[in-house]
Design a protein around this ligand. Structure first.
Ligand SMILES: NC(=O)c1ccc[n+]([C@@H]2O[C@H](COP(=O)([O-])OP(=O)(O)OC[C@H]3O[C@@H](n4cnc5c(N)ncnc54)[C@H](O)[C@@H]3O)[C@@H](O)[C@H]2O)c1
Length: 471
């Protein structure tokens, strides 16, 4: 069993309080992390705020590249660690390590790019013979809080941009999946990142997390997680920047001209990948009335191939959800839909923390599945009259993270891009499709419109200084 410390500005800290981590598949203890106290939080904040010689762009790029190489070399070991702490199957966790490699590769590239602007002042009748320049300066301290569902990649999306921008960061990973986060932090130190650039802490909400969020010495709280917690942070963080990347309820709209084999494949991938635990997972499969029967037939045939079982088995495509309590909640949401008249076409059985991939038809729009983010491998099918009906229902939940539409008609696709109130609209792709570099983030209860993705995250971790020179 792994016993991992908290790291305060590079120094390993072990206390007499531990947070245990269990394997959701078999209940075995996988490891534990050391919880720190409030004094140690303050020591970390002071260590980061103290004066240090900044890292050059070259050094930041070199460290980030080195981390990418270390991740690649330890891909299998890390994938197995994530599988053991999260119950996600190896197909997903190997994929996740690959995504984290991309994040570090892109951050290394962006670290080298000077994004300063230059303005000639003689463009105005009253202008002078001057030039105005901009440069970006890193924030003094970033606090990053991450969720359980992509234990490594969500952490990569906080740490790599911070290092690329030169901003020191304190990471508080999910207490459900902290082990892979600590391993990633260790790789950053191994690659040569100085201790004053990074801490990784664990601890109680009222001892560590909330005090860190409220602390005036923290310039930015960057949070990925549920809308409930994100809204609490928005109200307690005070006068500082916040980046809130929250939950979603993404539709996949299938119009009657769609390639139905493609639609069935996208619906399966969108609903069942990562055990349905992606913020961008498809939560509503909206199918135009004329093709709903044929689509359902093809979708069901494919859904049956998503083998569910031991997450370490090579053949398994769907592992567990994060814990038994989460699986029980999903089972209740399925039951609620059935009680209200939905037809259960596939799955629905739960064993411990595992829910079989589940497909339901005729799901009422006001059911729990139709309105709330149910974080698991469930595919509720909703018949829609036409694109207008689909757009209206897409916009009817409080969320606005992402969406997808399957059609061969470009005019209709563009109407969807313009009409859906969400951070992303993907045509003939799953809502979750993205590059780790491209802007990503939601609106409404999914976020305040501040994007992540390496480039946007770097911008948000810096401030722009403007200066002018006679020319
Ligand atoms: N928009 C995105 O980019 C994105 C990406 C991944 C996950 N998510 C969302 O994350 C959620 C699933 O993750 P989760 O269950 O770990 O989320 P969560 O909100 O329960 O927890 C996220 C993190 O916040 C911490 N936390 C819990 N309560 C807190 C509080 N009161 N104050 C401060 N911190 C607190 C947790 O310890 C954890 O580190 C889903 O809603 C999912 O959609 C969003």
């Amino acid at each position: 069993m792994l016993s991992l410390p908290s790291y305060i500005a590079g120094a390993a800290v072990v206390t007499d309080r531990w947070i245990d981590v269990f394997n959701p598949w078999n209940g075995e203890a996988v490891g534990r992390v050391a919880a720190i106290g409030n004094d140690q939080l303050h020591a970390a904040i002071e260590a980061h705020r103290a004066a240090h010689e900044p890292l050059t762009r070259y050094e930041r790029g070199r460290i980030l590249n080195e981390v990418r190489g270390l991740l690649e070399a330890r891909r299998e070991e890390l994938a197995r660690l994530i599988t053991s702490e999260s119950g996600l199957c190896l197909r997903e966790t190997r994929y996740e390590v690959g995504r984290a490699c991309d994040v570090f590769a892109f951050a290394a590239m962006e670290a080298l790019r000077d994004d300063g602007q230059t303005f000639s002042c003689d463009i105005s009748p009253t202008g002078k013979a001057r030039k105005i320049f901009t440069l970006r300066e890193p924030l003094s301290l970033v606090a990053a809080i991450t969720p359980f569902n992509h234990p490594l990649n969500q952490v990569a999306h906080k740490l790599a941009p911070a290092v690329a921008a030169g901003a020191p960061v304190i990471l508080k990973p999910s207490e459900k999946t902290p082990l892979s986060a600590v391993r990633l932090v260790e790789l950053l130190y191994e690659a040569g990142l100085p201790g004053w650039m990074l801490s990784c802490i664990h601890g109680d909400l009222d001892v560590v997390t909330r005090p860190m969020i409220r602390d005036e010495r923290v310039d930015l709280v960057t949070f990925t997680g549920s809308a409930r917690v994100g809204k609490e942070i928005a109200s307690t963080a005070g006068y500082k920047k916040t980046c809130l990347e929250l939950g979603g309820h993404s539709p996949l709209i299938v119009l009657d001209d769609a390639d139905l084999d493609l639609a069935a494949r996208l619906a399966c991938e969108g609903c069942f990948r990562n055990s349905g635990q992606r913020c961008t997972a498809v939560r509503r499969v909206m199918v135009q009335e004329g093709v709903v029967e044929e689509f359902t037939k093809r979708f069901l045939a494919l859904a049956k191939t998503y083998l569910c079982g031991d997450p370490t088995s090579e053949a398994v495509l769907v592992g567990t959800v994060i814990d038994e309590a989460a699986a029980v909640g999903l089972e209740q949401a399925v039951q609620d839909a059935v009680n209200r008249g939905a037809k259960l076409l596939l799955g629905g059985q739960r064993r411990g923390a595992q829910l079989q991939p589940t497909v339901l038809a005729d799901v009422p729009r006001d059911s729990t599945l139709g309105t709330c983010e149910c974080f698991g491998p469930i595919a509720p099918i909703f018949a829609v009259r036409d694109l207008d009906d689909a757009i209206e229902y897409s916009n009817a939940t409080p969320y606005g993270l992402s969406s997808g539409i399957v059609t061969r008609n470009l005019d209709l696709a563009i109407r969807a891009v313009k009409g859906i109130k969400a951070g992303t609209v993907n045509v003939n792709e799953i809502p979750g499709y993205r590059l780790e570099l491209s802007p990503f983030g939601g609106v409404k209860d999914s976020g305040l419109g501040i994007k992540e993705g390496v480039i946007e995250a770097m911008k948000f971790m810096t401030t722009v200084k403007t200066f002018s020179l006679p020319w």
